[in-house]
Every structure is written in structure tokens, then in C-alpha cells.
Design a binder for this molecule. Structure first.
Ligand code: SF4
Length: 333
């Protein structure tokens, strides 16, 4: 998801995670013809990353999703994007050629491509630093090969772009790093993290993203993923979760309520700052009231967001958020 709802990775998520979690900047292919559905490309939609932003701090959401204030690229985030690109390339090779050597060998070319696509990265790594830069990315790839054997996997899709309407017409968008489908139809959603696995207290936040993808897949194909897998390359950990239909539907109610809260905040311009553990990683401190700053005037929604309205009076009361954006719905976690 780029954010607009970009590919995951555009912004900090948790302190334990690589801020760029999603190599969302790599606009990957739509695969197998069943992926993206007919949604206007510029329509506002909710991604897992921006949903997490709003849950964390509505003002941070506003700065990213509505004001679209540029943020400096972070080294871990960019490294994560590069590693995602390598893994995507790796799985495009015949199974027998998916070796660690092949992955490492693709680093320079994919780095050059990334810098061409994102001029702001030019100069981020000097010539003198390139060996160390590729070495650090290579170490993450080495860890990857200790966790999964790509020669034995045949993903149905990598960097799968998904756009779909959830319940009540809530538009959702995202990129799934990898989708595995067994010959018997079992589905596994896989997400790579180049940071370290979270402490237990953050597990709910981390699973939010995978549940979000599983929900989109459920609405797109009508199947419940058998397994959700997070692959942590920072500390060589796998985190897995088995969703069920009732759980996904409950999660969806929370996402719908969250979107209603975002709509309401967007209509009113009320996006409260919520100070928390992620403030240390936030690039907006200088314009945040919690840190003595003053936000720029609210620009309102862009043209394509003109259809956003306040929640309909018929929305179910239990999921309706209050007039201000806080507190947030509890179901979306
Ligand atoms: S510094 Fe903290 S409170 Fe302020 S916008 Fe960022 S996350 Fe929100």
C-alpha cells in the first residue's frame, strides 16, 4: 500500500518493527487476474498502515493521509524496501534457482532501480558505504533462507495489490507480500518484516495488519486464509496466526467503525494528537501541539475524497465512534 495507502513501509509502525514494514513503495503486479477489483485508482481507501496510524494518533494520520506531508526516508525503512524487492525477484525465478547467492547478487541492480524510482534516496548511501549497505541487506536475506526454503515454495502471488470493498462499502487497499495456495486450496498470507519481532504487548498491533489482509482476501475471494505468517528477519522469528470466519467478521466490524471515525474526523477536521510510545519515531513533532508545535491549517479532503460524509444515522450504535476521534473503536485489533 503506498500510502495513499501505500505499500506498507511508508511510516513507523511499532518501535520493534522496521518502520517501513511494507515495501509499499514497490508497486507490484496484479497477479492471477483475481486480484485487484474495479476500484478507481485514486479513490480514498483504508490501508492497514493508515488504519494503524489513526488508531495510534489521529493527527499523525491526518498529516500522512490528508496533508501528505513528506517524511524523510529512514535507513531501516529503505533497507526493508530493498529486501522486499529482492524476495519478490527471487520468487520470479524457477524454483531451483532461488538460492541465497542469487538473492544477494540481485541487490546492486535492485538498489539502482529503487534509487531511480525514488530520487530522494539518491545520496542516502555513499559509494564508500555501499558494501556495508549491501552487507546489512545480505544478512537479512541470510536469515530469510534459514526460515524458509524458497525452492520448495510456489507462491500464487508476490506483492499482490488488493483493492476491495468491505462491509458497508468501506474501501480497503493493500499489498500482500506473498500468497501461498496449496494444491488442496489452503491459503497462507505471508508478510516479511525486516525488523525484530514484537514484544507480546505489541502482538495485537502486528496482527492487525495480517488480519486486515486476510479480511480483504475473504471479501475478494470468499475464502478464509488457513494461516497468517509474519517472517521477522531482524531476529529470525516466525509468528503465525490461524484466523476463522467469525473472527474476521468481528474484526471487520471494528474496521468499519474505524473508517466511520476517519470519515467523521475528515469531515470536521478534528484529528486529536494522541501522545504515546510512537512519538519518539514521529517526524511531525515540530508541528504537533503535544510538542509545542502548530499544525498547518486543515486542507480538507482532496477532490477524490469529496464523497466522504459523516456516518449515516442508521449505522449500528455499538460501533459508532463519538463525535471526536477519540476513543477509537475497540474491535479493529
Ligand atoms: S508527535 Fe506523537 S502526538 Fe504528535 S502527531 Fe506524532 S504521534 Fe501524534
Amino acid at each position: 500500500m503506498t500510502d495513499e495507502d501505500t505499500h506498507p513501509g511508508s511510516g513507523p509502525s511499532t518501535p520493534t518493527d522496521d518502520p517501513t514494514i511494507d515495501a509499499d513503495t514497490i508497486d507490484a503486479a496484479t497477479i492471477d487476474g483475481a486480484t485487484a477489483v474495479g476500484v478507481a485508482p485514486r479513490r480514498r481507501a483504508l490501508s492497514a498502515s493508515r488504519a494503524a496510524d489513526f488508531k495510534t494518533c489521529p493527527l499523525m494520520y491526518r498529516f500522512r493521509a490528508i496533508d501528505k506531508i513528506p517524511e524523510p526516508p529512514s535507513v531501516p525503512a529503505v533497507r526493508g524496501t530493498l529486501v522486499h524487492a529482492v524476495l519478490e525477484r527471487l520468487y520470479s525465478l524457477p524454483a531451483a534457482e532461488r538460492t541465497e547467492a542469487a538473492a544477494v547478487a540481485s541487490l546492486p541492480e535492485l538498489w539502482s532501480t529503487l534509487v531511480e524510482q525514488r530520487p530522494e534516496l539518491d545520496g542516502m548511501v555513499s559509494e564508500a558505504e555501499l558494501d556495508a549497505w549491501f552487507g546489512a541487506a545480505g544478512a537479512l536475506l541470510h536469515t530469510y533462507f534459514g526460515l524458509e526454503d524458497p525452492t520448495r515454495l510456489e507462491p500464487q502471488a508476490c506483492e499482490l495489490r488488493v483493492e476491495v470493498d468491505l462491509a458497508d462499502g468501506v474501501p480497503a487497499r493493500g499489498f500482500i507480500d506473498r500468497l501461498d495456495v496449496s494444491p488442496t486450496g489452503l491459503v497462507r498470507v505471508v508478510d516479511y518484516k525486516t525488523g525484530r519481532s514484537p514484544a507480546d504487548s505489541y502482538a495485537g498491533d502486528v496482527l492487525f495488519q495480517l488480519k486486515f489482509y486476510a479480511l480483504m482476501l475473504y471479501r475478494l475471494r470468499g475464502v478464509v486464509a488457513t494461516r497468517l505468517r509474519l517472517v521477522y528477519l531482524g531476529d529470525a522469528q516466525l509468528l503465525e496466526y490461524a484466523p476463522d470466519e467469525a473472527g474476521l467478521l468481528s474484526f471487520e466490524r471494528g474496521v468499519v467503525a474505524l473508517w466511520r471515525a476517519i470519515e467523521q474526523a475528515s469531515a470536521t477536521g478534528v484529528f486529536p494528537a494522541r501522545r504515546g510510545r510512537l512519538c519518539d519515531w514521529c517526524s511531525f513533532q515540530s508541528i504537533c501541539p503535544e510538542f509545542g508545535g502548530t499544525p498547518p491549517p486543515y486542507p480538507g479532503l482532496p477532490e477524490d475524497g469529496a464523497a466522504v460524509t459523516a456516518p449515516a444515522p442508521t449505522d449500528p450504535a455499538p460501533t459508532d465512534p463519538p463525535a471526536t476521534a477519540a476513543p477509537l473503536p475497540s474491535g479493529a485489533d
